[in-house]
Ligand binder design. Structure first.
Ligand code: ATP
Length: 362
């Protein structure tokens, strides 16, 4: 069983002054694809390197299957890692690169090794490149070879450290699909680090969001999108980012009303969240650009359109309601810039966060 468990993992640098990963507990099931996402410096690579055995945890443990591998050397762990910069041996051919890992980790004969490389190369569509050197390959081909080199070893766990970052946008999408296809076909356990939330959301069975060395939330991509645990996750997942405004809570007989403090609006939440908001005075109200509609019954929030940005399928409307407040509407909706519109959104699409802690209250 290729499960991976991280238990209270902690890693500090600089004699303890820099906490790169703080008390991280997280598990990946057999055959599950976990994406780990967060801003630059949040501790993603350090986490992956601890699982690979390339970095020693300050405390905590890494368990693969039922074995505690925390003190085990990287080479002894049955994991394969794919890096952003491919990390191919420049003087070896593609065949040599792919065969090398097998030579180190198995006792197959040379002919058996070569046969296994050829089978994998076929699956990866790189059989025509086997005699080439890395310098003769394009970025996309190099990454296919790096992937093939990992796959041919049939490891228990695959670790990916931003493997697609050096590729152009189109190739990135192709490779994303390719990795998902391989994962489905081979039923591998994978941990995939990226700073790209869209990549994390589309590829992961499960997504883990880190900030400042700490796990913010883990769950299925839809769970994290629909029910962000805090304002950081709400803002990090989804594009364009969730709009967030400061508000005070007025509790009425029929529930709670949010009233903007740095923006001119009131929003009646009704009975939703009235229990959770009892006694709370100040909150941050979040609403996603794609959950906003233009109201035609005159009952929405009236605001001015500052900028309209067409992106093809939709229009982004930058609204005067607050700083960087964006509505993503259908491309058929083209209000005049400088004019006013009324906007509305469903109560169920309103996220309310604690102003002090950032925690979700709804
Ligand atoms: P990025 O997306 O930019 O690669 P990341 O989320 O992968 O960032 P890490 O590379 O894990 O982040 O780094 C986490 C923190 O630990 C950063 O502040 C980084 O500067 C620090 N750090 C990482 N490795 C070392 C090291 N060997 N020595 C000192 N500090 C380190």
């Amino acid at each position: 069983m290729a499960t991976v468990r991280m238990e209270n993992l902690r890693k500090t640098f600089d004699s303890g002054r820099l906490v790169a990963v703080d008390d991280l507990t997280l598990s990946v099931d057999d055959g599950e694809f976990l994406t780990v996402v967060g801003p630059s410096g949040c501790g993603k690579s350090t986490t992956l390197r601890m699982i690979a055995g390339l970095e020693r945890p300050t405390s905590g443990s890494v368990i693969i299957g039922d074995k505690d591998v925390t003190d085990q050397h990287a080479r002894k762990r049955d994991v394969a890692m794919v890096f952003q910069n491919y990390a191919l041996y420049p003087h070896k051919t593609v065949m040599g690169n792919m065969e090398f890992g097998l030579r180190m980790s198995t006792d197959l004969s040379k002919e058996e090794r070569r046969e296994r490389v050829r089978e994998t190369a076929e699956m990866m569509d790189i059989e025509g490149l086997l005699e080439d050197k890395p310098s003769e390959l394009s970025g996309g081909q190099k990454q296919r070879v790096a992937l093939g080199r990992a796959i041919v070893r049939e490891p228990d766990v695959f670790l990916f450290d931003e493997p697609l970052s050096n590729l152009d946008a189109k190739l990135r999408t192709t490779m994303r699909t390719e990795i998902q296809r391989l994962q489905d076909e081979l039923d591998i356990t994978a941990i995939y680090v990226t700073h790209d939330q869209e990549e994390a959301m589309t590829m992961g069975d499960k997504i883990a969001i880190l900030d400042d060395g700490e796990l913010q939330q883990t769950g299925r991509p839809t769970e994290v999108y629909n029910d962000p645990a805090n304002e950081f996750v709400g803002g990090f997942v989804g594009s364009p980012s969730m709009n967030v405004l400061d508000a005070v809570v007025d509790t009425t007989e029929t529930g709670a009303v949010l009233r903007g403090t740095n923006a001119d609006f009131t929003y009646d939440l009704g009975t939703r969240a009235s229990d959770a908001l009892e006694g709370v005075e100040e909150v941050r109200m979040g609403v996603r650009p794609e959950d906003i509609r233009v109201a035609d019954d005159g009952r929405g929030i009236t605001t001015t359109v500052d900028v309209m940005e067409p992106i093809g399928s939709d229009n982004y409307l930058y609204l005067d309601i607050g700083p960087e407040f964006i509505a993503r509407v259908d491309s058929g909706i083209t209000p005049s810039v400088g004019g006013t519109i009324d906007i509305t959104f469903d109560e169920s699409d309103v996220h309310v966060f604690d102003t002090r802690t950032g925690e979700s209250l709804t």
